[in-house]
Write a protein that binds this ligand. Structure first.
Ligand SMILES: Cc1cc2nc3c(=O)[nH]c(=O)nc-3n(C[C@H](O)[C@H](O)[C@H](O)COP(=O)(O)OP(=O)(O)OC[C@H]3O[C@@H](n4cnc5c(N)ncnc54)[C@H](O)[C@@H]3O)c2cc1C
Length: 462
């Protein structure tokens, strides 16, 4: 089913790879150029045994991440080979159930190569833990949940300009209030409820199928590696260590790319790079001035993550994911939401050496806060305090703990004031895909959905 059109994708992030797989299915010839030596982009998992202090720091820096606290210091961790046998993502990662369904649909039998571990969301109550939303809560909230699941796109559109603050004022009673305070923050990775669109949250919640959270065996990179395998087995080409230095644009029409001083011509160019960096490889003068100014000013989202390696863990915690809300912590939005995950502590995930239990966690902040030492100190305290609530004596069980801060978690924050750009650019045959663009959801969900949209757009234009 070849349609003989040649597509070039700049970047082998999860968005670029998914687009590659979907366009191959439609008969396009696909070449993906990736500047790094591995696929995956920000959905990266690092084999820590193969890292040095410098290589680890450089890898993190290339993805807008940096370890801001470490116990013991990073130098000592590498010197004493304390990371031996660990696989760490850039920072905390978790994927929703809706994403898993989509990946299965895209990868077909290749999906069998990915083993997923799943958890419902838990919370630490005073002296015990339980589901964040219990069956009794669900029954109490049933009329509202049913309304959400049954409401169509028209209702969502009406709610697009309504902030979560307003929605909570109207519907936030009992358990519903806390659910409305926590879920939208988790879904958007933004703490400020004034900035979160109700329509967007409900749309995403529906798209995510209200399921639990999932994490793949051997780290998140396994997903990108499996899509890459699918692409290569189906005739697509992935060129690693191949940074695109220029997008060839003539008379506002994209015609190809330059890689290592060589020009390659293509019918269609898809950019999967952080959209704010588009004009480092595309001539700004080929775009309307206002478009370029808006794109360059777009904000991402941030977080402070923590990885704790523990010597012992209550077996009841293994495989479970907890959420928490830290009140009055002084961040934008005042309260901050985070997660502490013990799926990564399960031996079967293969992320740590035997009898070393890896706990991953994160707390949401803005990109600016992710670089503010004072705020980061408060966020670290909140992470430690919430782990302590779940494991009171955890301090005596720590092999090591590191705290990576990230200021480009989502490529572009989806808020009432920060609008994600369209997939179609003002330049003919040039499209942008990934988590920076207008597609349902955020993060990996947005990146995958953008790939599904470009597949549809190009199919209808053939
Ligand atoms: C620490 C952290 C935690 C996160 N947690 C979650 C989470 O729990 N859930 C979730 O859904 N999302 C999470 N995210 C976001 C998620 O990782 C991203 O949304 C997703 O990986 C983005 O994929 P992408 O394809 O849009 O872009 P990217 O992954 O950024 O891929 C872009 C690719 O382009 C390449 N590139 C850049 N410039 C060039 C060039 N000139 N030439 C060639 N290649 C180039 C890059 O190397 C990269 O591989 C997290 C992100 C981080 C950093």
């Amino acid at each position: 089913m070849m349609n003989e059109k040649k597509v070039c994708i700049i970047g082998a992030g999860i968005g670029g790879l998914t687009a590659g797989a979907l366009l191959l299915d439609k008969g396009y010839s696909v070449d993906i150029f990736e500047k790094e030596q591995t696929v995956g982009g920000r959905a990266l998992s690092v084999d820590m045994s193969s890292q040095t202090l410098d290589s680890y720091k450089q890898t993190l820096a290339r993805f807008n991440t940096s370890v801001v606290f470490s116990e013991p210091p990073l130098e000592e961790l590498f010197k004493k080979k304390m990371f031996e046998g660990y696989t760490l993502d850039l920072g905390f990662h978790m994927i929703g159930s809706g994403i898993v369904v989509k990946l299965r649909d895209i990868l077909k039998e290749y999906f069998e190569n990915i083993t997923m571990y799943k958890s419902r969301l838990y919370e630490q109550k005073n002296d015990h833990f339980g589901y964040f939303v219990t069956t009794a809560d669900k029954i109490a909230m049933l009329p509202n949940i049913a309304r959400l699941l049954l409401s169509g796109e028209k209702t969502m559109k009406d709610l697009d300009t309504v902030s979560m603050t307003e929605t909570i004022k109207k519907y936030g009673n009992g358990k519903m209030k806390i659910v409305l305070e926590v879920n939208p923050r988790l879904i958007s990775t933004i703490n400020n409820l004034d900035l979160i669109s109700t329509g967007e949250v409900f749309r995403t919640q529906k798209d995510m199928r209200l399921g639990g959270v999932n994490y793949p065996q051997h780290g998140l990179l396994k997903i990108s590696q499996t899509i890459a395998e699918y692409i290569e087995k189906n005739g697509g080409k992935i060129h690693l260590n191949s940074p695109v230095s220029k997008i060839l644009i003539n008379n506002k029409k994209a015609e190809g790319v330059v890689v290592a001083d060589t020009e390659y011509l293509f019918d269609i160019v898809l950019s999967n790079i952080l959209v704010q960096k588009l004009f480092t490889i595309a001539d700004e003068l080929q775009f309307p001035k206002e478009y370029a100014t808006t794109i360059k000013a777009l904000e991402g989202t941030g977080s402070l993550c923590a990885y704790y390696s523990l010597k012992k863990i209550d077996p009841q915690l293994l495989g479970k994911s907890f959420i928490f809300i830290e009140r009055n912590i002084g961040v934008d939005g005042n309260d901050a939401v985070g997660m502490i995950d013990f799926i990564s502590a399960k031996e079967q995930t293969g992320l740590s050496p035997p009898a070393h239990y890896l706990v991953q966690s994160y707390i949401i902040c803005t990109p600016k806060e992710a670089r503010d030492t004072q705020i980061l100190n408060k966020l670290k305290e909140a992470l430690d305090k919430n782990l302590e609530r779940i494991i009171p004596q955890y301090h005596s069980q720590v092999h090591w703990a590191i705290y990576p801060s990230v200021w480009h978690l989502d490529g572009v924050a989806k808020t009432l004031v920060n609008t994600k750009p369209d997939i179609q650019t003002p330049v003919e045959n040039l499209y942008i895909i990934g988590d920076c663009v207008k597609a349902p959801g955020i993060g990996i969900n947005c990146a995958i959905n953008s790939a599904r949209i470009i597949q549809e757009m190009l199919s209808t234009s053939v």
